[in-house]
Design a protein around this ligand. Structure first.
Ligand code: SAM
Length: 291
């Protein structure tokens, strides 16, 4: 069977299996099995695939039809134009999170500084920021050693040198015997889904680690914890930026206000949904940090 026909049949199979993007999924998996890019596929659709590659494609297709995420099957996903290795120990980076990177870059002046990414996963946010701001030093932290290994691998593969990854439970890797590290920017896309959210039964999230997705207090526990603890790790004038779910903007703004952040705001994503809330550390007595 030629590639065009194979692709048409695979698309039909994935459509029936409930994929939201059956043609794209089939193309990406076929390219992965053949070791080619999509331009090659569009150019040489009248060729027959070699037997081994065809068998590999059929195996990938069967797994995808069962719901396995494409990014786990191919082992990579593009984020901010960077090809990141992925694994089932970490969340698959989402396009929505690029809004957080944009917001961090918009608050990154002067051209040198120190940024902390909490819950770094594949390193997506830390690497995207570090690639755009070579004068900044970036620290990414995750509680899962497997995620930290993957993030380090991604940094090496992409030759991004101004970033370092550590294992830790949120801020624990920042407390040293006689000092704490402080940052001009702290960003995080923490777990923020409630355990009973029906979306957990749909799509890719069924295969992603619960530790990357689910938080107590209707999804707000980690967001509240980060809002209350991060202030001590910010320099005066520094910003905290938190990604959250659509309906969580007010609760996150309240959490930021409760511990005295200034200039609190919520930014929307391309779909018009509240996505990133932020606040600034201004010291109330001295006014230090006020611009
Ligand atoms: C929603 S994922 C975000 C991953 C990545 N930053 C991204 O945007 O693609 C949340 C991440 O937080 C990490 N995490 C959860 N609890 C943590 C904790 N107590 N300390 C550090 N990291 C934690 C998870 O392992 C996971 O990698």
């Amino acid at each position: 069977m030629i590639l065009d026909a194979l692709l048409a049949r695979a698309t039909q199979r994935l459509l029936q299996a409930g994929s939201a993007s059956p043609r794209l999924d089939a193309e990406v998996l076929l390219c992965h099995a053949l070791g080619v890019d999509r331009t090659w596929l569009y150019t040489w659709g009248d060729r027959e695939p070699p037997v081994f590659e065809r068998a590999r494609f059929e195996a990938l297709l069967a797994a995808r039809a069962l719901g396995h995420p494409v990014a786990y099957l191919t082992g990579e996903r593009e984020f901010w134009g960077l090809r990141l290795a992925t694994s089932s120990h970490t969340l698959i980076p989402r396009p929505d999170t690029e809004r957080l990177v944009e917001a961090a870059l918009a608050h990154a002046s002067p051209p040198e500084g120190h940024l902390l990414d909490l819950g770094t996963g594949t390193g997506a946010i830390a690497l995207a920021f570090a690639s755009e701001q070579p004068g900044w030093s970036v620290v990414g932290i995750d509680q899962r050693p497997e995620a930290v290994s993957l993030a380090r691998y991604n940094a090496e593969r992409l030759a991004i040198g101004n970033v370092e990854f550590r294992v830790g439970d949120w801020f624990t890797a920042l407390d040293h015997a006689d000092s704490v590290e402080r940052f001009a920017l702290i960003v995080s896309n923490p777990p923020y889904i409630a355990a009973d959210d029906p979306h957990l039964q749909q799509g890719d999230v069924r295969f992603e680690p619960a530790s990357a997705l689910i938080a107590a207090e209707e999804g707000l526990a980690d967001l509240r914890h980060l809002a209350s603890e991060a202030r001590a790790y910010l320099v005066p004038g520094g910003w905290l930026l938190l990604e959250h779910g659509q309906g969580q903007g007010r609760a996150v703004r309240d959490a930021l206000a409760a511990v005295g952040y200034d200039e609190i705001a919520t930014l929307r994503d391309l779909g018009g949904h509240e996505r990133v809330s932020l606040g600034r550390r201004v010291d109330s007595v001295t006014g230090e940090g006020r611009s």
